[in-house]
Ligand binder design. Structure first.
Ligand SMILES: C[S@@+](CC[C@H](N)C(=O)[O-])C[C@H]1O[C@@H](n2cnc3c(N)ncnc32)[C@H](O)[C@@H]1O
Length: 360
């Protein structure tokens, strides 16, 4: 077939992509076969995870479009695994085949199926779900097709629903209450993980975050999924509610109307501390910085926004280094990947505000 398109380079992989591609936000769809340059960082992180953290044997890129993710992983993080690159659109599969050919990817093969059919018949120990918008309709199939132990990677671009802009949609899709707040991407991500935990528990599977983050208007989750009723119960125990008081800035964890949401760690620190960022990524410096912050980021929910505290106290925000140093003198403090002006601390709000005042 004579396919319309061009060869581009992303990371160190050559990719054949359609002539018309999406150059804007992650949810902007252009052309029949989707490729979005702005998701390069998302694919970079997948490559880095395969390099040193995720070690599967049988992988499925269930919604692959041009197969860019699978092709990049196979080329840039070679290993002893098989990678099935699947899309229900036959034209997308033509691009994916071309990319497998272009990279001479011996361990990759293309499949043209509805993921729900494929996952009803075959099991994988790495499944990637990357839909337009919410992944929820595809999660039951992914859980069904997961081996006894594996990694489920999910991208969700419906961040507005999860982060309080559309609370009704959040209730319907995620069975949880959301509310706008200064740390809305963290609460949105935690609601999303919480829903995954509850869906997996229905099938006696436990879910724990391997690495979950927000970037460029999407949430990305790498979840460890393991069979076992006990594991499902243990995951459910980490769910809870929270509240946020706009007037005082107080966050109460374990009670309130927001949620249910995941209140445990957003990553497996032991695994992420081992992560090595390979060279040759598309957004090399950005990936390096993200992993650096992930490795140091405290597990305390929820982060503070410097601008939020400054506005509450009617003060101008201090410099970041000065702030981190001052907070570090009263307790543990870390940067957060959720916001360049955010920070986490294990100290209560009262102490945070006193320290903040003392340096402004
Ligand atoms: C956002 S795109 C995927 C982008 C791709 N992962 C990348 O990194 O470029 C979503 C893709 O899911 C495919 N899709 C939608 N529903 C599907 C289904 N039920 N089974 C398999 N593929 C599906 C669409 O054809 C589309 O190509």
């Amino acid at each position: 077939m004579n396919l319309d398109g061009n060869i581009i380079r992303e990371g160190s992989t050559q990719l054949f992509v359609p002539g018309i591609i999406s150059e804007r936000g992650p949810g902007k769809i252009e052309g029949r076969v989707f490729f979005n340059r702005q998701m390069a960082f998302n694919r970079d992180v997948s490559v880095a995870m395969f390099h040193s953290v995720v070690r599967p044997r049988k992988c499925l890129d269930a919604m692959a479009a041009t197969g860019a993710r699978g092709a990049r992983i196979c080329h840039e993080a070679p290993g002893n695994y098989r990678f099935i690159i699947n899309d229900k659109d036959s034209l997308a599969c033509e691009y994916a085949r071309k990319n497998v050919e272009l990279g001479s990817l011996g361990n990759a093969e293309v499949s043209n199926a509805d993921l729900r059919c494929l996952l009803a018949e075959e099991k994988f120990d790495y499944i990637d779900i990357d839909p337009f918008g919410t992944p929820i309709p595809f999660v039951p199939s992914a859980l069904q097709g997961m081996s006894r132990k594996g990694v489920l990677a999910v991208t969700a671009t419906d961040t507005a629903s999860l982060s309080g802009t559309h609370p009704g949609k959040c209730r319907r899709r995620y069975m949880a209450n959301s509310q706008r707040n200064p740390f809305l991407h963290e609460s949105g991500l935690r609601i999303m993980i919480g829903t995954m935990v509850r869906m997996a528990a229905q099938e006696d599977k436990g879910v724990t975050p391997l690495l979950c983050y927000y970037a460029d208007h999407y949430f990305r989750l790498f979840l460890n999924v393991k069979d076992g009723a006990g594991r499902a119960d243990a995951s459910l125990e980490q769910l809870g509610m929270m509240s946020y008081d706009k007037a005082t800035g107080e966050r109460k964890v374990g009670e309130g109307k927001m949620g249910p949401m995941w209140l445990g760690p957003l990553m497996d620190h032991e695994a992420i501390s081992e992560a090595a960022v390979p060279n040759g990524l598309e957004c090399q410096e950005r990936a390096r910085q993200h992993f650096e912050i992930w490795k140091e980021e405290l597990d305390v929910p929820f982060y503070y926004e410097t601008n939020e505290l400054a506005a509450m106290l009617k003060l101008s925000p201090p410099g970041r280094d000065e702030l981190l140093e001052a907070m570090g003198s009263i307790g543990k403090v870390s940067r957060t990947n959720f916001s360049p002006t955010g920070f986490r601390t294990d100290r209560p709000l009262k102490e945070v505000l006193e320290t903040f005042r003392s340096i402004c």
